[in-house]
Design a binder for this molecule. Structure first.
Ligand code: GLC
Ligand code: CA
Length: 567
C-alpha cells in the first residue's frame, strides 16, 4: 500500500501526511480554562481559547483523557470510555469542540488508555463479582501473585507488585500501573471487540486520531517482559488495518517509552504498518543531557539510530508532557548525572524521573529555552508543545506526584491567573505563586504585551518552521564537526510535486551546547561551495568553501537554521 497517495473521500482530497506537517499542542481539559467557575477547566473553556491556539500556530490538539473517571491517575483511570466526566462537559460540547477546531484547520487527537481501566469500571466490577459472566475473563486474573516475574514495576514510588488481591473474587489481578488500574486481558477476543467499539465510537464523533497510552504493555507472557510482546504488535496491525480501511486519514500515536529499536517497532513496517507516529522517547532525555554536559555526542548517536522507519510514519518530538521527565531509557551513569543537574531536591523526583516543567528545569534561562525549542522544532518529527511551556510556566513541587506540572494555565495577572472565577481555594490545583514563576508575572496577557517575550519568540519559530515543510517531511543527515559541543545536521526534502505545493529544500541546522561562545568547523563534502541564508532574518552567511568546510562562530547556547543555496 502507498502511504503518500492522496486520500480520496467523497468531494474531498486529504493530505495523507498531515500529521508530519503539524505542530501539536498537548492540553488537559482540566487545566486550561474553567468556563463556569467550579474550579475545574472544561470543554467550553477550551473551546473559548481555540483562537489563541490558532494564533500560536497550533495544527493539532492532543487532549489527555476526559472520560468518566475517579481521577486517581489524572483521568488515565477510565470508568466509562463513552461518557465525559460531568465537570468537564458533555458529548455535545465535545462535538462542538471538534467542529470549532476543524473550522480553524485544527485537528483533534484524543488519548486512549487501553491497557487498563479504573477499578470503578463496570467491566471490572462485573469481573470480580461474576467470574463466569460475560466480563469474567476481561482482566488478568491469577491464583498466584508470582506469575510474570520478568515484568518490571513502573510506578516504583507507589507500587511493590504488579499484582493485587481482590477480596471479592479471591484472586489476584494484574496491574502494570496503580493497583486501582487493573490490566485488560487482551488474550480475550471479546476485549478486542470492546476496544474496537470504543475506537469507532470516537472516530465516528469526528476525532482525527488517538494517542495510544501505555501501548507496549497490552500483552504479557511467561517468556517475555511484557513490553512490546509479539501479540501486542499483532493487535496494533489489526487496529491500524481497521482505521486505514474505515477511517482513512485518522492517525494512531504510540506512547512507547522504550529503547530506540523497540520504539521504532511500534511504527511497523511498510507492508504491515502499526502506528503513524511514536513519541521520540530516546531523543528527549538526551536533549536535556546535552544541555548540561555541553556535549552533543549522545544526540548525534541516537539521531543516527532511530531514523529507519516506514515512509509516512513519523516521530513525535517533545521536551515535556504531563508525566515526569522519564529517565528509564538512559544508562545509570547518565541518570545520576541528570538527577544531579535537574533534580537536586529529592522532591523533584518521582519514580524513575523528574517531575518538573521545562522552564524550571532550564532554570528559566532564555538562551536554553530557545535552544531547546530550536531542537524541538527542527529534529525529525512533529513537535509537541506542553500547555504553558510556550510562556515558560513554572511548577509546584509541593504538590503530589505529577500534579507538580499540571497546575492551571496562567492567562492573566488577575485572580486565579484568569483561569477561573472560583474562590481560589476551590481550584482543582492551586496556581503557581512561586517567586520566579508567579502568575502575576508569567502569564499570556503580559507576554502578549511584550514583543520580545518567550511567547512571541515561540510563535515566531513555529511560523518559520511551518514555512519550510522540510522540517516535517525531510530526511536528516548528521554532519561531522570539530567541536564536541556542536550538533550539526542537514534536513533535506525533494518536494512533492504540485499536489500540496511543497518546495524542495535543504536546511543546515547548527546547535551549540557550550556555555561560552565557540568557533566550529563543519565538514560536508557534498556541500562544497554551497551558499547559506538565515531562515529567520534572511541574511547571507559565509558559504562552504571549495573543500566542503565551513567555519562558524556561535554565541553561548545558540543555534542557526540556514537555507542551503546553489552549489
Ligand atoms: C501513561 C500516561 C500516564 C499514566 C499511565 C497509566 O504513561 O502518560 O500519565 O499515569 O499511562 O495510565
Ligand atoms: Ca468548570
Amino acid at each position: 500500500m502507498s502511504f503518500t497517495a492522496p486520500i480520496q473521500l467523497p468531494g474531498l482530497t486529504l493530505d495523507p501526511l498531515w500529521h508530519r506537517r503539524s505542530v501539536f499542542y498537548q492540553v488537559m481539559v482540566r487545566s486550561f480554562v474553567d468556563s463556569n467557575g467550579d474550579g475545574n477547566g472544561d470543554l467550553a473553556g477550551l473551546i473559548s481559547r481555540l483562537d489563541y491556539l490558532q494564533w500560536l500556530g497550533v495544527d493539532a490538539l492532543w487532549i489527555p483523557p476526559f472520560f468518566t473517571s475517579p481521577l486517581r491517575d489524572g483521568g488515565y483511570d477510565v470508568a466509562d470510555y463513552k461518557s465525559i466526566l460531568p465537570e468537564f462537559g458533555t458529548l455535545d460540547e465535545f462535538r462542538d469542540l471538534v467542529t470549532k477546531a476543524h473550522e480553524r484547520n485544527m485537528r483533534v487527537i484524543i488519548d486512549l488508555p487501553l491497557n487498563h481501566t479504573s477499578d470503578q469500571h463496570e467491566w471490572f466490577q462485573q469481573s470480580r463479582t461474576d467470574p463466569d459472566g460475560p466480563y469474567g475473563d476481561f482482566y488478568v486474573w491469577s491464583d498466584s501473585d508470582e506469575k510474570y516475574p520478568n515484568i518490571r514495576i513502573i510506578f516504583t514510588d507507589y507500587e511493590e507488585s504488579n499484582w493485587a488481591f481482590d477480596s471479592e473474587r479471591r484472586q489476584f489481578y494484574f496491574h502494570r500501573f496503580f493497583s486501582h488500574q487493573p490490566d485488560l486481558n487482551f488474550d480475550n477476543p471479546a476485549v478486542h471487540d470492546a476496544v474496537f467499539d470504543i475506537v469507532r465510537f470516537w472516530l465516528d464523533l469526528g476525532v482525527d486520531g488517538f494517542r495510544l497510552d501505555a501501548i507496549p504493555y497490552l500483552y504479557e507472557s511467561d517468556e517475555g517482559n511484557g513490553e512490546g510482546e509479539p501479540k501486542t504488535h499483532e493487535f496494533l496491525k489489526k487496529l491500524r488495518a481497521m482505521v486505514d480501511r474505515d477511517y482513512p486519514g485518522r492517525i494512531m500515536i504510540a506512547e512507547a517509552n522504550q529503547w530506540p529499536r523497540e520504539v521504532a517497532a511500534f511504527l511497523g513496517t511498510e507492508e504491515e504498518p502499526e502506528c503513524h507516529m511514536a513519541f521520540d522517547f530516546p531523543v528527549m532525555p538526551r536533549i536535556f543531557y546535552s544541555l548540561r554536559s555541553q556535549n552533543a555526542k549522545e544526540l548525534v548517536q541516537v539521531l543516527s539510530e532511530t531514523t529507519d522507519i516506514p515512509e509516512g510514519a513519523g516521530w513525535g518530538v517533545f521536551l515535556r508532557n504531563h508525566d515526569e521527565l522519564t529517565l528509564e531509557m538512559v544508562s545509570e551513569e547518565y541518570r545520576q548525572a541528570m538527577y544531579g543537574w535537574y533534580a537536586y531536591d529529592p522532591r523533584m523526583r518521582v519514580n524513575v524521573g523528574i517531575r518538573r516543567r521545562l522552564a524550571p528545569l532550564l532554570d528559566n534561562s532564555r538562551d536554553e529555552l530557545e535552544l531547546a525549542h530550536a531542537l524541538l522544532f527542527s529534529l525529525p518529527g512533529s513537535p509537541f508543545i506542553y500547555y504553558g511551556d510556550e510562556i515558560g510556566m513554572g511548577d509546584n513541587i509541593w504538590l503530589d506526584d505529577r500534579d507538580a506540572s499540571r497546575t492551571p494555565m496562567q492567562w492573566t495577572p488577575d485572580r486565579n491567573a484568569g483561569f477561573s472565577t472560583a474562590d481560589p481555594g476551590k481550584l482543582y490545583l492551586p496556581v503557581v505563586q512561586s517567586l520566579v514563576y508567579n502568575y502575576t508575572q508569567t502569564n499570556v496577557e503580559s507576554q502578549l504585551a511584550q514583543s520580545r517575550s518567550l511567547l512571541h519568540w515561540v510563535r515566531n519559530v513555529i511560523h518559520v518552521r511551518k514555512a519550510h515543510p522540510v522540517f516535517g517531511l525531510g530526511s536528516i543527515h548528521v554532519l561531522e564537526t570539530s567541536h564536541e559541543s556542536v550538533l550539526a545536521f542537514v534536513r533535506s526534502y525533494e518536494g512533492a510535486g504540485t499536489q500540496f505545493g511543497d518546495p524542495a529544500e535543504d536546511v543546515l541546522c547548527v546547535f551549540s551546547f557550550a556555555h561560552n561562545p565557540i568557533s566550529v568547523t563543519i565538514r560536508a563534502d557534498d556541500l562544497a561551495g554551497a551558499s547559506l541564508v538565515d531562515l529567520f532574518g534572511g541574511s547571507e552567511f559565509p558559504a562552504f568553501d571549495d573543500s566542503g568546510s565551513l567555519t562558524l562562530t556561535l554565541g553561548t547556547q545558540s543555534f542557526f537554521w540556514l537555507h542551503i543555496g546553489s552549489h
